[in-house]
Ligand binder design. Structure first.
Ligand SMILES: NC(=O)C1=CN([C@@H]2O[C@H](COP(=O)(O)OP(=O)(O)OC[C@H]3O[C@@H](n4cnc5c(N)ncnc54)[C@H](OP(=O)(O)O)[C@@H]3O)[C@@H](O)[C@H]2O)C=CC1
Ligand SMILES: CC1=C(/C=C/C(C)=C/C=C/C(C)=C/C=O)C(C)(C)CCC1
Length: 312
């Protein structure tokens, strides 16, 4: 009897959330006010990290910038200050667990307050085919794109839990939802980051005293910057799915964060291959990947990397 009542409640919930999801497509929910929040961004010296810093400051937040490159990190801080915001820089290699914990304590001591938003954005890719990829590069990708998320979340979640307030953002990739050839290190690390993020989200949902801590998984498609320079799908397909403007990607991610959206794929078209992967037979997916030229999309990227290494 109880199971039937539970099932009825569950079905009502499912219908309610589907309808709410549809309504949200046409009517944007109210955004939350993040003025005064303390936002920590990893990989803040780079493309998306820097843009995230500027967007958060525009929304009235204060930013803590972590990057292993002190120079580029300072350059981000300078831009933030020129925009009228407050920025605090720390040189941190996020793969170094002890440093992450030590600097997390230092941030709390220096600023006298808790980090409320954590943006796990730092990311790398080896850019070699599997058999040409040095082992230490494989390890580095997994450490930066996945392991580091464990260390930063373990460092800041206790403060968020104590206040029942916070937001954890994982910048993953569409390559954490479906894969393509020749980026094994990257896909493995991003699939792992997605798994970590989802499990963490479920853990927070099961703990009542954590209902004030939100999570957002950001999965962008190829971005028009240096990281995957050369990556290309079939020309005709590029008319529908081109490399994304980094500013647009960060704006879309911010929109999702501000309405506590759990997952955002950028652009929206990339939800289709994600769903198709689960629904279609493997070979049917392979046929579509071949048709749009995504099976060999990394070849020119890897060639470019090789040429750059030879030239250096
Ligand atoms: N570019 C793309 O096409 C896409 C990127 N993404 C993801 O978006 C995120 C941001 O990428 P994007 O801005 O394009 O890349 P960038 O290379 O421009 O930025 C990444 C930043 O992370 C820093 N970083 C790397 N390793 C560490 C480390 N161990 N500790 C601290 N900081 C580190 C880099 O420093 P340094 O410059 O010194 O190496 C750099 O400043 C990444 O997670 C990436 O995987 C997702 C989808 C597409
Ligand atoms: C595999 C695949 C595609 C191509 C994906 C590519 C080329 C993604 C590149 C993403 C990058 C570089 C992400 C970085 O984090 C399409 C065209 C969507 C069609 C469906 C399958």
């Amino acid at each position: 009897m109880i199971v039937l009542m539970d099932m009825q409640m569950m079905m009502l919930d499912v219908i309610y959330f589907i309808l709410r999801g549809c309504l949200r497509i046409v009517m944007r929910p109210r955004t939350k006010d993040i003025s005064g929040e303390l936002v920590l961004i990893t990989g803040a010296g780079g493309g998306l990290g820097r843009l995230f810093a500027l967007q958060f400051v525009r929304e009235g937040a204060e930013v803590v910038l972590w990057d292993m490159n002190a120079e580029t990190n300072e350059a981000t801080a300078k831009l933030v200050r020129e925009a009228g915001g407050k920025a605090h820089t720390y040189t941190v290699d996020v793969t170094d667990r002890d440093t992450v914990y030590k600097v997390a304590d230092l941030v709390r001591k220096d600023l006298g307050r808790d980090v409320t938003f954590l943006i796990n954005n730092a990311g790398v890719v080896a850019g070699h085919r599997l058999l040409d990829c040095p082992d230490d590069m494989v390890e580095r990708t997994l450490k930066v794109n996945c392991h580091a998320h464990f260390w930063t979340v373990k460092a800041f979640l206790p403060q968020m839990k104590a206040n029942n307030h916070g937001h954890i953002v994982t910048v993953a990739s569409v390559l954490g939802l479906f894969a393509t050839a020749c980026v094994e290190d990257y896909c493995a690390s991003k699939f792992a980051a997605v798994g970590f993020h989802e499990s963490l989200t479920h853990e927070l949902l099961t703990e009542e005293e954590c209902d004030g801590i939100k999570t957002t998984l950001v999965c962008p498609y190829l971005i028009d910057n240096d990281m995957f320079e050369g990556c290309k799908i079939r020309e005709e397909a590029e008319l529908f799915l081109s490399a994304q403007d980094p500013v647009y990607v960060v704006q879309q991610a911010m929109n999702a964060i501000l309405i506590d959206q759990p997952l955002v794929c950028i652009p929206r078209l990339t939800y289709i291959p994600y769903i198709a992967k689960a629904l279609l037979p493997w070979d049917a997916n392979v046929a579509t990947y071949r048709f749009v030229g995504s099976d060999k999309s990394m070849y020119p990227f890897i060639e470019k990397k090789k040429t750059a290494i030879k030239a250096a």
